[in-house]
Ligand binder design. Structure first.
Ligand code: ACO
Length: 326
């Protein structure tokens, strides 16, 4: 069985910036409230003509160019997202066409903020079994088009963006090591888009009652996120045969700096081991881990030999982690 490794990474964010000060003019909020409760200062928002697939495609091109890989050599494209261009057909198929990856399979993956971790595990499985060799795992979200811009409880939290990794057979470096994949379906209602599916098909009423926007119980999600982030890092350490304090780096799903602070206090870990870029982008759900990972590499935050843990948690309620030895 071949081990899978990260061959290259890429990212793309829209140019348009929406600051906390801009939000002050839209809803009853303040820069002070958003900053102290979340750590977010601004987020990127798509412009007319930009969609999930254009973001995903740009992030994928960035990763392909770093690897010097011809798109025709890609065997599989996985797009982790809950904000696809359309429910039918998969955004991954459109990305395949835009890239000219004519020899590739293509599939979308719906596991909300844990989608990217699930996507990496699928890619590792494809490599290990020989089903596919060169796999693009993309996390891409256009949350701004599923946000109720009148709801201050949610609209300050989210942003748009995309990140990508090219996964392939290991050449001895940057190997994907362990995975944990979990879900607690009893929390299914705590974070969802109630409208648009077969339960509540689109109707005048579903639109007028904002059923097509993200609905969230923030307090419950906060508690879930803190406890699962702690548990996932303990699991990552157990699988590596080390103490949590011996985990070199963590690139978590980017939600809220207070979630990281609370988990660190419980684990006895220094917050400096966690890479955060949520100040610039907010919560970009399935895109947040690869977007942060790409920036963590660029910043020199991840060093050769580091064991890096990528924990995700969100709607479902899904949670899971991947670890990579850099
Ligand atoms: N501006 C000003 N006041 C606000 C805002 C806002 N944007 N949003 C809520 N408030 C008010 C509330 O109405 C409430 O007022 P009240 O006491 O008069 O009712 C007050 O602030 C406190 O609200 P809480 O919900 O208790 O605030 P809390 O400290 O829990 O912070 C937050 C809320 C930031 C949403 C927090 O619960 C959180 O981070 N939860 C995680 C949710 C999340 O990020 N989800 C993203 C998707 S899930 C994921 O990725 C894991």
């Amino acid at each position: 069985m071949s081990k899978a490794a990260v061959i290259s990474t890429g990212k793309y964010v829209p140019e348009k910036i929406l600051t906390n000060e801009d939000l002050e003019k839209m809803v009853d909020t303040s820069d002070e409230w958003i900053t102290t409760r979340t750590g977010i200062k601004e987020r990127r928002i798509v412009s007319d003509g930009e969609t999930n697939s254009t973001l995903a495609c740009n992030a994928a091109r960035d990763a392909l160019s770093e690897a010097g890989m011809d798109p025709r050599d890609i065997d599989m494209i996985i797009v982790a997202t809950f904000t696809p261009d359309r429910y039918l057909a998969a955004t991954a198929c459109k990305v395949q066409d835009m890239l000219g990856a004519v020899n590739s399979g293509a599939v979308d993956l719906a596991a909300a903020c844990t989608g990217y971790v699930y996507g990496l595990s699928m890619a590792a499985g494809y490599v290990a079994t020989g089903i596919a060799e060169n796999i693009l795992v993309i996390g891409s979200e256009v949350l701004s088009r599923f946000t109720n811009w009148k709801d201050r409880n949610t609209c300050v939290l989210f942003g748009d963006g995309a990140g990508a990794m090219l996964i392939g057979p290991s050449q001895g470096k940057h190997e994907l090591e362990d995975f944990v994949l979990k879900s607690d379906g009893s929390g299914w209602e705590l974070l969802s888009i109630p409208g648009g599916g077969s339960e509540n098909p689109p109707s005048l009423e579903s639109v007028s009652t904002d059923l097509h926007a993200i609905h969230m119980n923030g307090r419950e999600i906060f508690k879930f996120a803190v406890s699962k982030l702690e548990w996932l890092i303990r699991e990552a350490a157990r699988l590596q045969g080390v103490e949590p304090t011996e985990i070199d780096k963590v690139v978590p799903h980017q939600v809220n700096y207070r979630i990281v602070k609370s988990a660190c206090a419980r684990l006895g870990m220094e917050p400096e081991r966690f890479f955060l870029n949520l100040e610039k982008y907010g919560n970009t759900s399935g895109a947040s881990i690869p977007l942060a990972f790409d920036e963590a590499l660029d910043a020199g935050f991840i060093e050769d030999g580091d064991i890096v843990v990528l924990p995700g948690f969100g709607g479902g309620l899904t949670y899971g982690m991947a670890s990579v030895r850099w």
